[in-house]
Structure formats: C-alpha cells, structure tokens
Write a protein that binds this ligand. Structure first.
Ligand code: GTP
Ligand code: MN
Ligand code: MN
Length: 615
C-alpha cells in the first residue's frame, strides 16, 4: 500500500455507507468514521485471501516479518514499541454510571466525563489509516444466543490477530443481520494518525493509553496501544470485563479459566476448569501431556471459560475463543510439546520473540540448546553471553486453536461441557500446598476469593510481589468485586447439590528450603489431577488440615518419577501453621477493602480457618 497516497485521501459518504442491513451497526460505523476520519473504511470478510493480502501489506510496511516457510509456514513475527508490551492495568477503566458499581479493584471515571476525554482523543485519530470493521462472535456461531461483537480498528495487525483469536467475518455478519442481534461495540485506535506525506512506523501507538469499558452500554473504547489484551478487544475487554457484567445480570459466570478434559484408564471423563492469574500456568495445564499411564488429556480452553447453569442444575463451560494467545517464554519442547506442535504447524503471529539466523523464532525455554546467535526482540544482536533475555518476558504466540492435536471434539459443542472440578491456583513460593481440596463450595469460594500470586511480566509493574487476585479475575472483573463474590455465592444456589463441582486450591510454584521447586510441575501435574479425580470418585486418601484436605504422601502416584519420593510430597503439601497465621493477616487486610460488600459466608469461612489454626 502506498501510504503517501492513502494519507491524502479523505473518507467519503459512499465509502462509509455500509454493506450491511444491520441498521444499528451501519449507524455506529458511520458515526465512528465521522469522528476518527480514516482515509478508508474496510469491511473484513475473514477470508484466507484477505488475510494473505493484509499480512503481505504488513510485511511491506515493516510491522510483520515473514518467517521461514519450512519451519514456520504462513507465520509472522511482530515487534512492538518497547513502551507497549503488556496490558496496562493502571490505564484500564470501568466507567459505570454509579462509582460503587465499579468498586475498589477498578479505576473509575464518570462515563460522561470519560466520553468527553475519549472523543477528543479519537477525533481524527485514524487520519491517513484504514478503519477496519471486524464482525466477530465469541463462542460458537450456532450457540443458542450467539454473543456478537464488532471491533473497529485502525490496525491491520489487530485484524490478522483477531482472525486467529475469534470467529470473524461475513458469516458472522450475515447471522447477526438475520437476527438483528445486539453486538458489543468495540472501538480501537492506536492513536497515531498519519499526516499527508508522513512515514509510518512499524508499531504505531500513543504514549497515552486508555482501555475503557462502559458496562451499562456494554461498549469498549481502547486508545493508544496495539498490544494483546489492550487491542484484541474480544478477549479480556469483552469476554471477561463486559461479559462478567452480562453474566452478573443473567445468572452465569465469565471466568479467567482453562478447561481440560481428563479421561481415566477406566474411560471416565472429567472436565476440569482452572483459574490461575496471568502467566501462572493455564495454557500449560490446558495442553497437559500426562506422564502417567492410561490417562488421556484433551484441551477445551486455555484462558476464558463462560459457565452457564445447565437444565439439570449442572455447571456448563464454553471456551468463547478461537485461538491461543500464549506466553512464549517457558513454552518448550520438553515442558509443553503439545503447544510446540500446535505453534509449529504455522498460521501463527509471534510478538516480541527473538529471531533465529534461519528466519525462525526463539524464546527462553523453547529448546534446551540455546542458539549461538539471535536477533533479540528489540532488533539487537544477541548471544548467550549478552546477559539479557532474547525474547521479552511477556512475548506471545498467537495460534489457531484447531491446530492443537489434543483439542477435544466437545470444544465445538454450542452448549459446552459439564464442569466437574474447579481449581484455583497461584504462584506462591511458600505457605500454599501443592493441592488442597476445599471443605465445601463456600470454603472453595473462600479459597478463590483469597487467591494470591507473585506478580509476573504479563502486566506492567513490579514483578514478584504477592498480590491478592480473586478467582484470578482482579484485572478483569467488570463490576464491584464484592458484588462479584456475592454472585459466586448466588450461583451456588442455582446449582444442583449433587452436580456442584468440587473446588481445589493448587500451587505448582512452591519452593523447598534449597530454593528449588517443591513439585516437578508441567506434565507431572497429571499426577495431581489424578488425585483430584480420585477424590471426586471417593477413591483417594487425604489428610484433613486447617486449610482443607491435602493428599496423604502415598496417595499421589509417583510411578516413573525419578528422584522424587513420598517424602518430597510431604514437603509439597505441608501446612505450616506459622506461615498460615501470617497469611491470615494478609487475608484480613485484603477483606477490609470490601467493607460491607463482603459476603457473610466468606467472613464465616475466615473465622473457621482462624479457629482451626488457633489464630
Ligand atoms: P495468561 O495467558 O497470561 O493468562 O497466562 P497462563 O496462565 O496461560 O500462563 P502460562 O501457562 O503461559 O504459564 C506461564 C509461565 O508459568 C511459564 O513461564 C511456564 O513455564 C510457567 N509454568 C506453567 N506451568 C508450570 C508448572 O507446572 N511448574 C512450573 N514450575 N512452572 C510452570
Ligand atoms: Mn489470561
Ligand atoms: Mn495463557
């Protein structure tokens, strides 16, 4: 595309006039085009030809780098502005009409005031660029009530990434028109208009960023960033923040969870959901390669789980996404071969990884052998002696989900799968045992509400600080966190008592006294899941502790593990009362934030724990 020519073009009414019979959509597109003043409006059809054309243009403009077709077919690498590498939580807002509907976990601003600020930013923000209209649906298009959205963006990189992460294009648009359906309007601009004759940069963005949600309108405005969850608006903005509000109103749950299907040697299948904070192991567990004989694992979802109540009072989970947007570092042939097989089939976009001299990609942990020379994510020469990571710690792969060999057929089921167990997990060096079964649903909700983790590179800010992250949803709850915990309480009442999933707390990241991991993790997590399943079946032994039920040392199957014994299990599942008394202080402080909004059942659970600890 000749940028100098397109930047002199002005969008005209004929171009705005939309190829759709959906009146609300064409009106919104016209309104946004008037405000943002793009050179062109383009309706995305989602086809392969279109994708080939857009990616070729992105290669030409320098945003994408085409990878070696033999090792990474039809795949590309992108390198972001060094100031645009993660979700920006301090710039993320929930603009409910009433401030108390946003709550202490969110940034809030009056919606009218916010619209004023954003309108100023968006006015002319797409000058010299194309505005792409991306019709999309989260979850299957043949769901009973398909959850539509339309993203307007001035980034072709976003179009190519959205095509991997969500079902997009003409099929979606036609069904939306036929149903005259509601859609979530999701507006995105990188905030970098091009003046006539101005050269573009490889990664346009703005130093000022706004990631804004209007929960009553169910709308999203995102400005200034081109990265991940800030820009691919179907994901965190819609499927978690806006969907959690819809779920509150309609009586279901939109959660930051993986879904894994596990089948025992006896042929019994169980669907396990797991909520772990960002960069704490969801994608890895979702692609689990079991190290124990006879157990089969299948992927249903790796990041988001929409759970509705089934007609028999069971909890049913659906993965609303269409692709993986996974943390690259630490994903490797030895730790996660299933992910590596999916990624190397091609059709992927990598962001902020390192490039090999052969035109492939590399990141820390991908292979045991470290290449002798790389180009790092910032374009500099890199050798193992460089003393810095070659890939950004929050670098990502974006890969179609159907490239996972172990993808469950049930992934396509419009009403999802029954969830039999829920895991809450965080990254904690101390205190939290490898696995703990809750005493009851209420006790499990307590575990979720007090979930904590050491911070990672997935969000900007300090790394390694313990923060509370209720249900791994802290940055994603679209409303008041106290109301959110009450909603979990309410869901319990909608579930049949016999079908209510068992809740467990897990921690793959505990350390021993010598600093090493207390548990091998990754594929060996299948051993913990085996115990979870056997608890559901009433087969495995457990010890009752103050915090819940932990495995007896010999109830974890260690067959085939070298250098790991029942004595090591004892260490991994140990409940240290002194550590837990310190934890109580942290929980009290955390709960104080909620004030009156804290559900009484959680206060009761905390009192019970204190009593059992003698605290
Ligand atoms: P988001 O996609 O940001 O929501 O994160 P995620 O929860 O999917 O995290 P992911 O699975 O990508 O894991 C991130 C990091 O955790 C990687 O560096 C992994 O190597 C590490 N990790 C995952 N599972 C394990 C495990 O069982 N043990 C240990 N020690 N590390 C793990
Ligand atoms: Mn996530
Ligand atoms: Mn992930």
């Amino acid at each position: 595309m000749d940028m100098s020519e397109s930047s002199t073009k002005q969008v005209n009414d004929a171009q705005i006039s939309a190829p759709t019979s959906h009146a609300a959509l064409s009106a919104w597109v016209a309104e946004v085009a008037q405000m943002t003043q793009p050179a062109e409006v383009y309706w995305v059809d989602g086809s392969q030809e279109e994708n080939d054309r857009l990616t070729a243009e992105l290669v030409q403009t320098g945003t994408l780098r085409k990878l070696n077709d033999e090792t990474f077919p039809n795949s590309f690498a992108a390198f972001s502005d060094p100031a645009d590498v993660a979700r920006v939580e301090e710039r993320t807002f929930i603009c409910s009409e009433d401030e108390k509907d946003s709550g202490f976990t969110n940034n809030w601003m009056d919606p009218v005031e916010m619209k004023g600020i954003l309108t100023e930013r968006f006015t002319g923000s797409m000058r010299g660029r194309t505005m792409y209209v991306i019709p999309f649906v989260m979850g299957p298009l043949d769901a009973e009530e398909p959850q539509y959205g339309v993203e307007l963006t001035d980034s072709a990189y976003v179009v190519a990434s959205m095509r991997i992460m969500a079902r997009i294009g003409t099929d979606v648009l036609r069904k939306m028109e036929a149903e005259d359906a509601f859609f979530v309007p999701a507006l995105h601009s990188v905030g970098a208009p091009l003046e006539p004759g101005q050269d573009d940069v490889a990664w346009p963005c703005n130093s000022e960023k706004w990631i804004v949600h209007f929960p009553e309108e169910r709308s999203i405005w995102s400005y200034g960033s081109g990265y991940g969850g800030n820009a691919l608006l179907g994901k965190k903005c819609y499927a978690l923040r806006i969907a959690s509000v819809i779920a509150r109103d309609e009586g279901w749950l939109a959660e930051h969870m993986l879904i894994l299907r596990l089948t025992s040697p006896e042929g019994q299948s169980y669907n396990i959901a797991g909520a772990f904070p960002s960069a704490c192991g969801k994608t890895n567990l979702a692609l689990l390669d079991p190290t124990i004989e006879g157990w089969k694992a299948e992927t249903l979802g790796d990041d988001i789980n929409w759970m509705r109540i089934g007609k028999d009072g069971e909890l049913r989970g659906v993965n609303p996404e269409y692709g993986l947007f996974g943390v690259a570092p630490g994903t490797g042939w030895s730790t996660n071969p299933n992910a590596m097989r999916a990624i190397t089939k091609g059709n992927s976009i990598f962001t902020n990884v390192a490039l090999t001299d052969e035109g492939g990609v590399w990141w820390e942990g991908m292979t045991d052998d470290v290449p002798a020379h790389l180009t790092d994510w910032q374009g500099n020469d890199w050798t193992p002696e460089s003393g810095r990571p070659a890939a950004h710690p929050n670098s990502r792969f974006c890969t179609p989900i159907d490239q996972i060999d172990m993808l469950s057929e049930e992934y396509y089921s419009p009403d999802g799968v029954e969830i039999h167990a829920i895991l809450f997990g965080g990254r904690r060096k101390t205190t939290v045992p490898l696995v703990t079964e809750s005493r009851s649903w209420a006790n499990g909700v307590f575990m979720g509400s007090t979930l904590s983790s050491e911070t990672t590179a997935a969000a900007s800010g300090a790394v390694g600080v313990v923060r509370r992250d209720p249900m791994a949803m802290l940055p994603f709850i679209g409303y008041n966190a106290g109301d959110y915990l009450n909603h979990w309480d309410r869901i319990s009442g909608l579930l049949s008592e016999e079908r209510r999933p068992k809740i467990f707390l897990v921690n793959w990241f505990r350390r021993t006294q010598d600093g090493g991991f207390a548990w091998p993790g990754f594929g060996d997590n299948s051993r913990v899941l085996k115990w979870v399943v056997e608890r559901i079946e009433g087969k495995a032994d457990a010890t009752e502790t103050a915090v819940g039920f932990v495995p007896t040392a010999d109830s974890i199957d260690l067959t085939g593990l070298e250098d790991y014994t029942a004595a090591d299990v004892e260490v991994a599942v140990n409940v240290d009362h002194d550590e837990w008394k310190a934890e109580i202080d942290g929980i009290e402080k955390w709960y104080a934030n909620f004030g009156d909004a804290l559900p009484a059942s959680l206060r009761t659970e905390l009192d019970g724990l204190k009593q059992r600890l003698g605290a």
